[in-house]
Design a binder for this molecule. Sequence first.
Ligand SMILES: [Zn+2]
Length: 269
Amino acid sequence: MQRTIVLAGFMLLVMGCSQNAITGKNQLTLYNEADIQNMASQQYRQFLSENRVVSTGSNKDAEMVRRVGTRLTNAINSYYATKGLSKELEGYKWEYNLVDSKEVNAWCMPGGKIVVYTGLLPITQNEAALAVVMGHEIAHALAKHGNERMSRGALQQLGGVALSVAVANKTPAAQSLLMNAYGIGSNVGVMLPFSRSQELEADKFGLIFSAMAGYNPQEAIPLWERMEKAGNGQKPPEILSTHPAEAKRIEKLRELMPEALQYYKPVGR
Ligand SMILES: [Zn+2]
């Protein structure tokens, strides 16, 4: 019996290692992506019903969030198409919502469910910088970083049978890991921060997607400078708890810039 359990756990880990389509890296993804997308979609609906969504009809900021999201996802669709990866986006049903909250935060759940908090806008200050943040969040989702974090979280907390139960679809354990992975809600106890390598990947693809969408990726540098400055205050931005910045982030962004600029075609508005 014991051996069967160990073997089952081992098989789960072997099956859980896969190569990511855009980063090309091997990663541990114990969760079925379609299951996570379903779960995320339900959690998204619930989140929207419990928070104040700013309607796009009369609000310029809400319209901007939708416009940036649409331009980014159009760019992503063509990026994936040129690489023969369109199938990867099949489960994505993009949604972009601005939520009225002082939190300095934004996230994109698997399947393309995006929220920007109004509290982020005083730090982004302009549309291109907002595109950089949203591109970064979308890159985390496309690179399946949430799945990776949930898988690591499940491994750390559990073992054997408990692990296989936790990775089963829609268990409370899986749902709370998903919420923790995205730092959703103000009462989230345990945060699962992205790792440095995940942050670097998200920065890289976030810059490329922004540039392809016609936004100047160079806005990323003053943006993260403003974010760091806000992080030195009494109440650091919530986004920094799930997106730990390293001291060299600006330096790394400068290194990534020449590649991102190759994709930049300014769009007149
Ligand atoms: Zn990040």
